[in-house]
Design a protein. Structure first.
Length: 269
């Protein structure tokens, strides 16, 4: 439906989105090692060994011992770092690059990492619930990235985002327009094709997890829906002013609001 290109949304709490950059680098590195530079056999073994296979996780099938690379439960996470197709990798990483920095800014580095991995796990779980006997490995960061998209929508629906509509038309739109349409498309496709080649269930699982987790993981004082944080009336300080009779009187003046701790401003390139 659309490809995000850029958002005019500067960072407020962090200077550099270390976790977002790190996740992109890890995904690219795994793709190079297990996809681009690997033999077909090695690539296939990596997909089977690190991908999420519902039939194996739910006990409907067993994986050959030679193909087991990590414990079954670990594949709830490892699958999200495997891509064998460049377009799939590039699309996921572009979404993560455009929207991940501001979500990381709102949550903090460590909580954003936990948030990302939790959304990946939720995506795998929902995929498995819709296709519990499937022996096809689920791979790709779409579940985790879907959680990031949902979090961004709740945090910054009014921010202008440049998107490439239908891969051809660049438009600056409020984030709520393309993101809500994209999220709606995932639910519609899950209803239309719940067991298709694209795991809409993983997308929906990530979306639901991201929408819930961002409410609890965000920094104290970070608002939702681009709301302006208003200084409470009780937060004031006094300034001495000359009185007409030579005595001094005090007047109440607004005090700049500070959230949960002062923050350093930053900008995103």
């Amino acid at each position: 439906m659309f490809i995000p290109l850029h958002d005019a949304n500067s960072l407020k709490y962090i200077k550099v989105q270390y976790v977002t950059i790190g996740l992109i680098l890890v995904n690219v590195a795994v793709w190079i090692v297990a996809g681009l530079a690997a033999s077909q056999v090695f690539s296939d073994e990596t997909v089977v060994g690190l991908g999420y296979i519902p039939a194996v996780v739910f006990g409907y099938a067993d994986l050959e011992p030679a193909l087991v690379l990590v414990p079954e439960d670990a594949t709830y996470i490892t699958y999200a770092f495997i891509h064998t197709d460049f377009l799939h990798l590039a699309t996921n990483m572009l979404f993560l690059w455009v929207f991940g920095d501001n979500v990381e800014d709102a949550l903090g580095h460590f909580r954003f990492l936990v948030f990302y991995l939790a959304c990946a796990a939720a995506g795998a779980l929902v995929h498995g619930l819709f296709q519990p006997a499937s022996e096809a490995p689920l791979i790709g960061a779409s579940g985790a990235v879907s959680g990031v998209v949902a979090a961004y929508l709740l945090l910054h629906p009014k921010v202008r985002v440049w998107v490439l509509v239908f891969f051809r038309i660049p438009l600056p739109l409020p984030a709520v327009v393309p993101l809500l349409l994209w999220i709606g498309q995932q639910f519609y496709m899950l209803f239309l094709d719940p067991q298709g080649g694209i795991s809409w269930g993983a997308h929906v699982g990530g979306i639901l997890a991201g929408a819930v987790f961002v409410v609890f993981f965000r920094r104290r004082g970070v608002p939702l829906f681009d709301r302006t944080v208003v200084t409470p009336k009780a937060v004031r300080h006094k300034e001495a002013t000359p009185a007409g009779d030579g005595a001094s009187e005090t007047r109440q003046t607004p005090r700049p609001f500070a959230g949960a701790g002062d923050f350093a401003s930053g900008s995103r390139g």
